[in-house]
Ligand binder design. Sequence first.
Ligand code: NAD
Length: 284
Amino acid sequence: MTARVLDGKRVAASVLDGVRARVEQCRTHGVHATLAVVLVGEDPASAIYVRNKGKRAAEVGIRTLDEHLPASTTTEALLELVERLNRTPDVDGILVQLPLPAGVETERVLLAIDPAKDVDGFHPDNLGRLMIGQPRFVPCTPQGCMLLLAEADVPLRGRRALVIGRSNIVGRPMAQLLLHADATVIMAHSRTADLRAEVEAADIVVAAVGRPELVRGAWIKPGAVVIDVGMNRLPDGRLVGDVEYAAAAERAAAITPVPGGVGPMTIACLLANVALAAERRVPA
Ligand code: NAD
């Protein structure tokens, strides 16, 4: 079997078309969807992410406010900025690019974001709502994974879904979304005793670890669906996922490539969350 490739670029483009239309619709009601992007310091990867987000946002008509602060910024100064953005009525979403420089209390900063503007969906209030099935904003990467599964018509009800990785921003919310879709969800993590056996039993595998090709292709159950969230840069410059792609593609029914799978979905879903926030500002 050779897997169907789940093309994140194509699905993301169609998500972005929908976002563009929604943003235009908001403008007809006098609401211009606006995302404030807070970047602290000079981390080159973060600078690239922020630039890409700004570019994509502009393409769909979302305005971005860039707040670039020096690496020496204190937690207090950052909290003040977040408070100001919270109070600015025409800011729909606030994104604080992570990681913050060492010395800044990341948790305090993220907690200070108004949950109604938390378009990343990382605030405990939003993660809690997701857990009880009443999401306000669904975190972007897991949201993107679910859209890829839906686009590929992958049945989830009653099927065994394995999520590898238990971070608050990917693994945990992903497991909640699969649970809400009636999958039987197993979570694996760094202390899982036999990862191979878990993968071999899974109908759906979502890998979100950050270890190049940790999941071997030979472990994949024939006909399983593989969503690879991992993005790992090898010393030779190649970008690979957490799954051994070529060998896994021989066995899986469908698989996401890296790059070009989950990555483009994340940013598209972020902008979809900004559109959602703007729609909530449209007068009834
Ligand atoms: P994280 O470091 O916060 O979490 C990694 C998780 O992997 C932890 O829960 C840990 O328990 C688990 N883990 C570590 N070693 C393991 C092992 N040997 N076996 C099983 N589990 C193990 O990472 P994160 O923020 O969730 O990101 C995970 C990966 O996804 C990274 O490669 C990151 O770059 C990538 N990522 C991609 C996107 C995207 O848009 N494509 C978005 C977010 C993260």
